[in-house]
Design a binder for this molecule. Structure first.
Ligand code: ADP
Length: 239
């Protein structure tokens, strides 16, 4: 694949774990329990995407699809201060899309095509969180097939944008802290079929001791499994 770009998570250890940062033309899914750091990494990437390449960015803008009202401009301000970026300018390059339900979420992703075609240099789409609306709306066994079909449609839209415009997709997925947390991945459920040529990175986030976090790379197509430690501080995501 040509011209794959990489975006720093803020932690060099996490970047190394996933092969040098999250990739354009790919979907990266982070999953973990409440408070494991999914939204924090989302905020971090919304800033680092704007940095020059030698600092871990792609000098690009991003779309932040916010499904649970977790986006915090104050947090962007803190992180952009750390990178000595002007926080107003930084916020202007984060295109917030609040998704009120799953249909709206699907629509918001489709609209990114228009934003890019109008000349906005979008290089990253964040969906925080991917599943919240789908889980709330499609309850019970009889609606599972419909839910998966809608979800496939959504992921397919995102994947198309990723490959067509060389954009990175970053998805968060909240799961219970159970030993079987590997299962129930929305991207894995269709991986290899709908996602086709795209690689999907899956990272499991866990809470460690003394405020530390553990990132574990699971079922990656061409990288070894492994884990590393990172921290969340007022400066953002760090080693
Ligand atoms: P989730 O996985 O549910 O999205 P978050 O990414 O929101 O979890 O992580 C929340 C955690 O991040 C908090 O419990 C706290 O430990 C840490 N955190 C959030 N903001 C800050 C901050 N400004 N300074 C230090 N730690 C923070």
């Amino acid at each position: 694949r040509k011209d794959v770009g990489r975006i720093s998570t803020g932690s060099t250890a996490v970047d190394e774990l996933i092969g040098g940062g999250i990739e354009t033309q790919s979907i990266t899914e982070v999953f973990g329990e409440f408070g494991s750091g999914k939204s924090q990494i989302s905020h971090e990437l919304a800033v680092t995407i704007q940095l020059p390449e030698d600092k871990g960015g792609l000098e690009g803008e991003c779309v932040f699809i916010d499904t649970e009202n977790t986006f915090r401009p104050e947090r962007i301000e803190q992180i952009s201060n750390y990178f000595e970026l002007d926080h107003e300018e930084t916020l202007n390059k984060i295109h917030i899309a609040r998704a009120f339900n799953s249909s709206h979420q699907i629509l918001m992703a489709e609209k990114v095509n228009e934003l890019i075609q109008s000349g906005t240099n979008i290089r990253l789409i964040i969906v925080d969180s991917l599943m919240a609306h789908f889980r709330a709306e499609y309850i019970g066994r009889e609606s599972l097939a419909t839910r998966q079909q809608k979800l496939n449609q959504h992921l397919h839209t995102l994947q198309n944008i990723a490959t067509t415009y060389n954009v990175a997709i970053f998805l968060t997925n909240q799961v219970q802290a159970r030993p079987d947390a590997f299962f129930g991945s929305p991207t894995k459920a269709i991986g290899g079929h709908v996602l086709g040529h795209a690689s999907t990175y899956r990272v499991w986030l866990k809470k460690g001791l003394a405020g530390k976090r553990i990132a574990r790379l699971v079922d990656s197509p061409h990288l070894p499994e492994g884990e590393c430690v990172f921290k969340i501080t007022s400066d953002g995501v760090v080693d």
